[in-house]
Design a protein around this ligand. Structure first.
Ligand code: MSP
Length: 476
């Protein structure tokens, strides 16, 4: 049988500062998808990494009195360490300063230039260095970037432009027909409205070297460096070994799901697919846009200075707890405030008092009453759980899994195994504990994409019948 393939990407994160919970969020969600499809038996490629060129990074490195390369090396390491701590199963971690990537970007730019999609001109626009994005007047709130609350720079200079306008009709059609699918639908509608109201105009694809030195040189004009997004987008291809047309590229392109939040939807819905068309590549199947973590209603971010450190939370509670909480507490697509108080509540009710307690008491009773769990055919709602995961409705999938835990708790309370044992009703006792044991075996498989470490622990305990608290009581 030919295996299905699944290719999932996260944005490559700016190596301009330490990772925060927003970066962990997208990466954790991608990890759930990757693990889910692998568990299903598909061939999976999961790519994440760091975006390491551009004006912002040059600026930060200068402030730190480091070379840009020294600086990004340090930040990339921080991202890698965090993802390791969170047990992220990415197949590759791409850095845009890798030679192979730089070479491919240069070749791609040459190809687009030769085909007439890149031309020399004069460009005038507003630019937010924090986003590394050009802004139209309608994007600004009181003259400031809405995410960063900063006044954009005015650029008016010679540059090489990308003929984005040439793709307006084709892309709008593809987006409307879901050939280039954007979800949730609300986000698709925003993009369609942007195409219809503002439309695509040509955009600067380079800066003069004296303005931005830290970038990939244009192969046809060494006095310019490539616009950081033109360089960054190509990671989704180069991360598969695009230039040398490796087996991974042939197997996995086009991407099945590209995850991101709405800050970078516009560029992913315009420049990115236009570049692919210019290069003669297929378009990704779906962009999925999740919400923002906010702090008191404001987007959490490095430049806003209001970040939550995922390492601290993973150290305190464990990676699985963080993963469970962020996917359970906020529907994936909605914004939500990150709250450590709510995390503590869920830890107590859903994890230590829910799943952990059910495992502990069930295995303890099985041992105490000397029951040998028998095989059963209970009806398990996996189909619905799978559908939710495939639609990226992670909170609902988890909800469905946790309903079974609640069901088992009630079932135990109603059947009172301790009374059955006292009364010598051995057959019934065996049936009750086998039923719960059977549920736990299924739950163990179902939680795997979300909580791989806990799932592994459960598997071992269920095999050996030796209980050990999955979620120890917290000291605080
Ligand atoms: N380097 C670009 C992306 C290039 S992709 C070709 C970039 N980097 S970033 O570091 O700013 O990361 C943005 C992404 O990180 C968001 O799209 C989202 O996936 C994640 N998040 C960053 N902050 C976030 C929140 N406050 N909330 C949720 N996710 C956020 O843009």
């Amino acid at each position: 049988m030919v295996k299905d393939k699944f290719y999932v990407t996260t944005p490559i994160y700016y190596a301009s500062g330490s990772p925060h919970i927003g970066h962990a969020y997208t990466t954790i969600a991608a990890d759930v998808l990757a693990r889910y499809y692998r568990q299903k038996g598909d061939e999976v490629f999961f790519l994440t990494g760091t975006d390491e060129h551009g004006a912002k990074i040059q600026e930060v490195a200068e402030e730190k009195k480091e070379t840009p390369k020294q600086f990004v090396d340090g930040v990339a390491e921080e991202f890698k360490t965090l993802f390791k701590k969170l047990d992220i199963s990415n197949n590759n971690f791409i850095r845009t300063t890798e030679k192979e990537h730089e070479k491919s970007v240069s070749e791609a730019l040459q190809k687009m230039y030769d085909a007439g999609y890149i031309y020399k001109g004069e460009y005038e626009a507003l630019y937010c260095v924090e986003c590394e994005q050009y802004k139209s007047k309608s994007d600004l709130v009181d003259g400031l970037c809405s995410d960063h609350k900063k006044k954009p720079e005015v650029h008016k200079e010679e540059s090489y432009l990308f003929k984005l306008s040439a793709f307006q009709d084709d892309l709008l059609k593809k987006i409307k027909k879901d050939e280039y699918k954007i979800r949730p639908t609300k986000r698709k509608n925003e993009v369609v409205s942007f195409y219809e109201k503002e439309g695509l105009s040509d955009i600067a694809f380079s800066r003069k070297k004296e303005k931005v030195e830290w970038g990939i040189e244009l192969p046809f004009d060494k006095g310019h460096t490539a616009y950081v997004w033109a360089d960054a987008f190509l990671n989704y291809l180069t991360g598969l070994g695009w230039t040398t047309k490796t087996k991974d590229y042939k197997t996995f392109w086009p991407a099945d799901v590209q995850l991101m939040s709405k800050d970078i939807l516009r560029v992913h819905a315009t420049i990115w697919p236009a570049m692919l068309l210019a290069l003669g590549e297929e378009l990704p199947k779906q962009l999925f846009i999740h919400g923002y973590f906010t702090v008191n209603g404001h987007k959490m971010g490095k430049s806003q200075g209001n970040t939550v450190d995922p390492t601290k939370i993973a150290d305190e509670y464990g990676a699985d707890v963080l993963k469970y909480f962020i996917l359970r507490d906020i529907p994936f697509g909605n914004d939500g405030d990150f709250s450590t108080e709510r995390l503590a509540v869920r830890y107590k009710s859903d994890l230590s008092g829910g799943l952990g307690n059910l495992m502990q008491r069930t295995l303890t009773m099985i041992n105490k009453y000397n029951v040998k769990p028998k095989k059963l055919d209970t009806n398990v709602p996996v189909k619905q759980i799978h559908e939710y995961i495939e639609k990226l409705e992670f909170d609902k999938a988890l909800d469905k899994i946790w309903l079974q835990i609640k069901y088992c708790d009630t079932y135990i309370e109603n059947n009172k195994p301790w009374d059955l044992a006292k009364e010598g009703k051995d057959k019934k006792l065996e049936e009750v504990l086998s039923t719960v044991y059977h549920y736990l075996k299924n739950i163990q498989k179902q939680i795997y994409p979300f909580m791989p470490e806990t799932s592994e622990k459960m598997k071992k305990q269920l095999e050996t019948l030796k209980p050990k608290p999955l979620f120890p009581k917290l000291e605080k």
